[in-house]
Design a protein around this ligand. Structure first.
Ligand SMILES: Cc1ncc(C[n+]2csc(CCOP(=O)(O)OP(=O)(O)O)c2C)c(N)n1
Length: 339
């Protein structure tokens, strides 16, 4: 059961065989474009002083996020992190509410009490990431354990990074999930850096997914810039978990194309590395694939891009119209109500 390296998908027939018809392929394109457009706009808003705090992007990680989330079922539960805007987008989170969350407005999930992607919508099967990494993974496993105990055919998906992978809770969670054969998929966004720490200083194995074998389940290394390969591997892992086959670890290999957050110019990332990965941009790559294999026309592509631009403009307007939270409500939800 050695770790497997996923191969790319070459033909339209193959995408259909893994559950993606042409509409599904275009939906992926829309979600990729929307994810990037929202993050680009968020960066601009920050620089204009219209988005307080900080801003994190998952540039380079859009295909990894959208690919996994699109392969999940509607009743499954995702526990994404700060690089995973695409997970929120693909599961149908409203863009204006995501911006409200970043902008500290009342319309955000925490009503201005937090920022970043610490936003959740249980109706969409999205639970909020927590700052302590990878503190959300034990929660995701608890969700999977609950599904098992209740006999529900649902799957939990938990995200973590290459830096977080060095923490003890990752090992404890993977061990327990393996022992119990829980319906969970572990997604490691291996984006080359944990803040300024390169992966050469984070782990000594060839692949992070090599670890899966030690816990008794499968590990797959996937090119995280290839949305179709990510989708296929995620779908196989999710359906395997749903059928009682236990966990899978997906290692999605990308490069973090921007700084840790907007304050960080990432001067420690070698320019030639960035250049190499810029040539593998996940959006450009998928656009090329769609034109070559699914007959994407200029008109269709333009229409999708126009739709996305309109959604983002509307999201900004609605977020800026959302009130600041009322200071009188500051402590609401912080303490349990007294008896
Ligand atoms: C326990 C803990 N230690 C340190 C931090 C500060 N911190 C936030 S993100 C981050 C880097 C995490 O790297 P990685 O897991 O590779 O994810 P990436 O940000 O690269 O996507 C650090 C050190 C934290 N949030 N939690």
């Amino acid at each position: 059961m050695a770790v497997r390296e996923a191969r790319p998908l070459d033909t339209l027939e193959e995408t259909v065989s893994v559950g993606l018809d042409r509409d599904g392929l275009l939906r992926l394109q829309r979600d990729l474009l929307l994810t990037r457009a929202l993050e680009e706009r968020g960066s601009t808003l920050f620089k204009q002083g219209r988005l307080p705090g900080s801003f994190y992007t998952g540039r380079g990680n859009e295909a990894a996020s959208v690919g996994v989330a699109s392969a999940m079922g509607p009743d499954d539960v995702a526990a994404p992190l700060h690089r995973n805007m695409g997970v929120h987008v693909a599961r149908g989170a409203e863009p204006w509410r995501l911006l409200c969350q970043y902008m500290g407005r009342d319309g955000g999930a925490t009503h201005g009490r937090d920022s970043n992607l610490r936003t959740q919508d249980l109706d969409l099967g999205l639970i909020a990431g927590v700052s302590h990494l990878p503190g959300i993974l034990p929660t995701a496993m608890g969700v999977a354990l609950a599904f098992r105990l209740r006999g529900e055919p649902r799957v939990a998906v938990g995200w973590f990074g290459d830096g977080s992978a060095a923490r003890g809770d990752v090992h404890e969670v993977m061990n327990m999930a393996g022992v119990r054969g829980l319906p969970i998929v572990f997604v490691c966004d291996n984006n080359g850096f944990a803040y300024s720490t390169p992966t050469t200083l984070s782990y000594g194995a060839r692949h992070l997914a090599d670890r899966a074998e030690g816990y008794g389940f499968d590990g797959v290394v996937v090119d995280g810039t290839d949305v179709l390969a990510v989708y296929r591997e995620a779908r196989a892992a999710v359906e395997k978990a749903r059928a009682g086959g236990g966990p899978t670890m997906l290692e999605l290999v990308t490069l973090r194309m921007e700084g840790h957050a907007i304050h960080d110019d990432a001067a420690y990332v070698p320019p030639e590395l960035l250049e190499e990965w810029r040539r593998r941009d996940p959006l450009a790559r998928y656009d090329t694939w769609l034109r070559a294999h699914a007959g994407l026309t200029d008109a269709e592509d333009d229409a999708l891009r126009a739709e996305v631009a309109a959604v983002v403009d509307d999201a900004v307007a609605r977020a800026e119209a959302s009130p600041w939270p009322d200071p009188a409500t500051l402590l609401d939800g912080v303490y349990a109500p007294g008896r």
